[in-house]
Design a binder for this molecule. Structure first.
Ligand SMILES: [Zn+2]
Ligand SMILES: [Zn+2]
Length: 136
């Protein structure tokens, strides 16, 4: 039986952890972050669903309906940065190199956090910013 040195195992786990959604990270922030590792169909969206929102079984149907046939299209067509929450560059465009920290969502939802608008049907919806409510 093959053995792995502890150090090797630890490093491998660290890498795996980087590829998983953080506990309250939203779908949009997660997929956006993961696209740095490439786009392969709806792999990242599905990974998120399986780990964080297993009941969102309509995801495979819903995302393509909104123009997201793969993860990069999801970020191009389904989610849209909420300008007000991002740093803007000299042109007043969202600076995608300075990614704000995810505002967090409850477990089980595929809705984005306040950093994003989500398209609903042909309209952009879900973009009403209600302010991050903190449980205290
Ligand atoms: Zn793609
Ligand atoms: Zn987020």
């Amino acid at each position: 039986m093959e053995q792995y040195p502890d150090k090797e195992l630890e490093d491998a786990l660290k890498n795996v952890r980087m590829l998983l959604p953080w506990r309250h990270e939203c779908l949009a922030c997660y997929v956006f972050r993961m696209l740095a590792h490439g786009c392969d169909g709806l792999k990242w969206s599905k990974t998120y669903r399986d780990m964080r929102a297993p009941r969102a079984t309509a995801l495979e149907r819903k995302l393509p309906e909104l123009g997201g046939y793969c993860d990069c299209e999801v970020m191009a067509n389904v989610f849209h940065p909420n300008d007000a929450m991002w740093e803007l560059d000299d042109q007043g465009e969202v600076d995608e190199t300075r990614i704000p920290q995810c505002h967090g969502v409850r477990l089980g939802t595929i809705k984005p956090c306040a950093l994003w608008f989500m398209r609903s049907g042909i309209q952009w919806g879900g973009g009403v910013y209600r302010g991050a409510r903190k449980a205290s």
